[in-house]
Design a protein around this ligand. Structure first.
Ligand SMILES: [Zn+2]
Length: 216
């Protein structure tokens, strides 16, 4: 949704300060999107991202925030869940949980606006986390997991189920929202064809490069 992505982009420092309880997810997802990474309709305009879109400290701060949010989620989980018990299935649970705080309109297939990038009227379809936000989030959490002593081979954020889920979210949101998540190219306008995009293509923004590299 254009309004959402615009407001997010124009308000990059709107970080909620408290990370408490269920608000944790709100602050996390808000700042995830506001990192300018993943606003879905920006797939075409994302080329404006500078070569070094974020300072290392900003990325690190975001990563720490995300990690705290996830740890908070684990603490609140019923039944209780420790990091060492955490699997890809739990990561998926976490991602679906975050969807309730999403701001991206994703049309149902039955919606008349399914596939329209700029729907002419409101519709009751749900707001979700944009694929790019989730993808970037997973990249940061995957890195954070290993920085906190997790073994790469047991990294739940790198689980196959998570990769598949993200791919499905991307494909469905691209269709539902009538946008392309084609990765950024230097060349002038290239024919947009989803066929030429490998399923594991990295997300467009440079800031996501790390996430993409980590997720393959
Ligand atoms: Zn709709």
């Amino acid at each position: 949704m254009d309004l959402v992505s615009l407001s997010q982009q124009s308000n990059p420092n709107n970080y909620p300060s408290s990370i408490v309880g269920s608000n944790a997810a709100i602050s996390s997802t808000t700042s995830i999107s506001s990192s300018g990474v993943a606003t879905p309709t920006s797939s075409t305009s994302i080329t404006q991202a500078p070569p070094q879109p974020t300072t290392p400290s900003r990325y690190e701060n975001q990563k720490r925030r995300d990690w705290n949010t996830f740890c908070q989620y684990l603490r609140n989980h019923r039944p209780p869940l420790s990091l060492s018990m955490c699997s890809g299935a739990h990561v998926l649970e976490f991602l679906r949980y975050l969807d309730q705080f999403g701001k991206t309109k994703v049309h149902n297939q039955t919606c008349p606006f399914f596939g329209l990038p700029n729907p002419p009227a409101p519709c009751p379809c749900p707001l979700r986390q944009a694929w790019g936000s989730l993808d970037a989030l997973i990249g940061r959490l995957r890195a954070a997991y290993e920085e906190h002593g997790g073994r790469p081979e047991g990294n739940p954020f790198g689980a196959r189920a998570v990769r598949i889920y993200l791919r499905e979210v991307r494909d469905f949101q691209a269709k539902a929202r009538g946008v392309s998540y084609e990765k950024k190219r230097k060349r002038p306008k290239q024919k947009v064809s989803s066929a030429q995009q490998p399923p594991s293509a990295p997300p467009p923004a440079a800031v996501l490069a790390e996430a993409a590299a980590a997720s393959e």
